[in-house]
Design a protein around this ligand. Structure first.
Ligand code: R5P
Length: 295
């Protein structure tokens, strides 16, 4: 049995994985010095196999993950699996103008140096997994987003941009009823402003479930919600895998007229109603099954 090492932003999911028999929990310490540097440590760690579960939601969390990887090796771990439920910088997956870094690749390379294997959840683009230098598995939690929805009236599952149509379809499939569609999105990268162009699907009187990978500033979702309410829609639900909900995002969604926001526990938020633990546990079990054995 491995020892599960939670990052400070991902403690509920780590506990859920322990409850799913993926390993036993150890209790790290997370400190910060007067100069702003962090120190994450594993004082009780005593195992050869570690599963670190850490969403890299901000810059400190990236450093914390690298420290936890180094700490478990220092404490004797010979096999390290790193579960990154939410991968920060995942949307910077290309150099969009001359001179920009491919930030997702840069963080992936750094993380790869401290682990034997990586497990990701619904990355913004599938190709992000290729940036890691170790075997990497990406699992999806989209199907789980349907679980809290309850009874819907003539449901339509809508991606607020074309890139999320797969998530909308997976959520509809899990719900078992309804159509799918997607809107067009234009973002002004100078101002961050988002313009949503709805499709011509009939939404009047229907319940609409918007599904996206991330709600960050809330600009995309609130734009889509407002566009729907201009057309006498029924209730509008906003579902996402990663509820980043930066700044006033939650308020933007409320002001736009959302019925309910549903996210997963890749990030610990008030809307994290759905756990990705079953999908991650399956990936961890597969990893154990894939290990070479001596006959
Ligand atoms: C982008 O294509 C993603 O799928 C999301 O739509 C985007 O990251 C959401 O960001 P925000 O909440 O800031 O509009």
């Amino acid at each position: 049995m491995a020892t599960i090492v939670p990052g400070s932003a991902t403690q509920s999911l780590a506990a859920a994985l322990a409850a799913a028999d993926c390993g036993s929990l150890t209790i790290p310490t997370y400190e910060r010095f007067a100069d702003g540097e962090t120190l994450a440590a594993v004082p009780e760690f005593d195992d050869e196999e570690a599963i670190i579960v850490a969403s890299t939601v901000d810059n400190d969390a990236h450093i914390e993950l690298l420290q936890l990887q180094d700490a478990v090796r220092e404490a004797g771990a010979t096999h390290v699996t790193t579960v990154i439920p939410y991968l920060g910088y995942g949307r910077q997956d290309a150099a969009f103008t001359h001179g920009q870094p491919v930030s997702a690749r840069a963080v992936a390379r750094a993380i790869s140096t401290g682990t034997d294997r990586v497990v990701l959840v619904d990355t913004h683009e599938p190709g992000v997994a290729d940036f890691f230098d170790v075997p990497t598995t990406t699992v999806t939690a989209a199907g789980q987003l349907a679980t809290p929805l309850g009874d819907l009236d003539e449901p339509l599952f809508v991606a607020p941009d074309a890139g999320a149509i797969g998530l909308a379809e997976a959520t509809r499939d899990a719900y078992g009823d309804g159509g799918t569609d997607y809107f067009e999105k234009d973002r002004d990268y100078e101002t961050g402003a988002v313009e949503i162009t709805p499709s011509d699907a009939a939404v009047e009187g229907r319940d609409v479930v918007l599904v996206d990978d991330i709600i960050a500033t809330g600009g995309t979702m609130s734009g889509a919600i407002e566009a729907l309410h201009e057309r006498d829609v029924g209730r509008v639900y906003a579902c996402c895998v990663h509820p980043v909900l930066a700044g006033a995002a939650r308020t933007k969604l409320a002001a736009a007229g959302v019925e309910r926001v549903i996210g997963t526990d890749t990030l610990e938020r008030a809307v994290s109603e759905v756990s990705v633990a079953p999908a991650v546990a399956d990936a961890l079990t597969d990893a154990v099954a894939d290990e070479p054995t001596q006959g």
